[in-house]
Write a protein that binds this ligand. Structure first.
Ligand code: NAD
Length: 385
């Protein structure tokens, strides 16, 4: 066994059908008294339900979360939290809403005055919402399979440029996973979001900082997400399958939070950030191609992905990438970048971006091979090693 170092992200997870009923107890355990409830405009009804459950522990609702977390929105939400005297935030929704919660926590944390700070810095610090050295505590209630709730990764978009980073202060302290809340997730988004989760785990199996525990979570996470999809195709309101998928998403998100991402996430970040492609759909299209690119350089990882997917001939490193492409088609998910809004004249730029900044990947980054990968993904062609 290789040597490894593993720092687990500390969060409390409450999982199960009906787990939302424990919300008030969980807020109390956080030591908080007034929660600002966050959601997208589309999920404002869910935010209201949460506020109703909280009763006088609800400070208010901020239902303006959008994808990629514009810094202006994060500042407005932080200011609203201050105005309402909130001492925690509850984020109900997908990765965009969780991301807004994280951004508020970060803005709050960095408002801390330096020890030797002057009067202005101390005044800023006096307006902070969270305890010294920490940001505003976040309780996340995920309703997709994005997995952001268990990572310390944040994203913020300023002047049209999305920056991401890691900071332990943005990690939600508590996560309530209630599969009932995912019953309304439209089928198309269910499939792409599950692929988004599978992608986190797949890259976790060849990451340079992977470890045996993360490997177990990755394999089990892929298995649980993939196994739930046939039942969800038959009936998107199948609660047992929803529970399995959400359990898998938790594991896959945990993997993402523990590892350094490679080519797949780099490509998706580029496509999402520079071409504004829908996040989960971009992951679904790219995953078979990114894994195929790495297949021969990461045969052990491919065999584990194949085993988790229940693919025959898993010893063939291309079996898993091919199976993912076929599964996306079977479940009616997009398999081409063209179908999700990628401009054909953006492929060269995307290849330049993916080849330029260094990041760890099993196979070295070759610009021509990446350009060919992107062309296949654009056309919806099968993946090739
Ligand atoms: P999303 O949060 O943008 O949600 C998409 C839409 O689906 C929204 O309108 C939302 O309100 C709606 N929705 C969500 N759950 C629903 C439900 N159960 N029923 C009905 N509608 C529902 O999509 P996402 O894919 O979850 O998140 C994408 C964002 O998350 C991206 O910005 C991505 O970068 C980020 N992300 C971050 C991390 C991280 O670790 N920081 C991880 C994964 C994704």
């Amino acid at each position: 066994m290789k040597n490894f170092t593993y720092t687990a992200n500390p969060s409390r997870v409450v999982f199960g059908v009906g787990a939302l009923q424990y919300l008030a107890r969980e807020i109390e355990l956080l030591g908080a008294r007034r929660a600002l409830v966050l959601s997208t405009p589309e999920q404002e009804d869910s935010a209201r339900r949460v506020a109703d459950l909280l009763g006088d522990r609800a400070a208010g609702i901020f239902a303006r979360a959008v994808m990629h977390v514009p810094i202006e929105t994060a500042r407005e939400a932080r200011d609203e939290a201050r105005r309402l005297g909130a001492d925690c935030a509850v984020a109900i929704g997908g990765g965009s809403t969780t991301g807004l919660g994280k951004a508020i926590a970060l803005l709050d944390a960095i408002a801390a005055p330096p020890l030797e700070g002057g009067a202005a810095a101390r005044a800023a610090g006096a307006q902070r919402l969270g305890a010294p050295g920490q940001g505003l505590p976040i309780l996340a209630i995920p309703t997709t399979y994005a997995g952001s709730e268990v990572t310390a990764i944040y994203g913020l978009t300023e002047g049209g440029v999305k920056k991401t980073g890691r900071d332990p202060r943005v990690l939600p302290r508590t996560v309530i996973y209630d599969p009932e809340l995912t019953l309304t997730l439209p089928y198309a988004m269910t499939v792409t979001s599950a692929f988004n989760a599978i992608a986190h785990a797949a890259e976790g199996l060849y990451a340079p900082d992977a470890n045996p525990v993360i490997g177990l979570m990755a394999e089990e996470g892929i298995r649980a997400c993939a196994a739930a999809l046939p039942a969800l195709r038959a009936d998107p309101k199948d609660l047992a399958a929803r529970s399995d998928a959400l359990y898998g998403a938790w594991l896959c998100g945990t993997v993402l939070g523990a590892i350094t991402m490679g080519l797949h996430h780099k490509l998706c970040h580029t496509l999402g950030g520079s071409f504004n492609l829908p996040h989960a759909a971009a992951h679904t299209v790219i995953l078979p191609h990114a894994l195929a690119y790495n297949a021969r350089a990461a045969e052990g990882a491919m065999s584990r992905v194949g085993r988790a997917l229940g693919v025959k001939g898993e010893a063939d490193p291309m079996a898993a990438p091919r199976a993912l492409h076929d599964l996306a088609r079977l479940y009616g998910a997009p398999t081409s970048l063209a179908a999700i809004g990628m401009p054909a004249d953006g492929l060269d730029r995307a290849a330049d971006l993916a080849a330029s900044s260094p990041y760890p990947n099993p196979r070295p980054l070759e610009r021509a091979a990446l350009r060919a990968l992107l062309q296949r993904a654009y056309d919806g062609a099968p993946p090739q090693a």
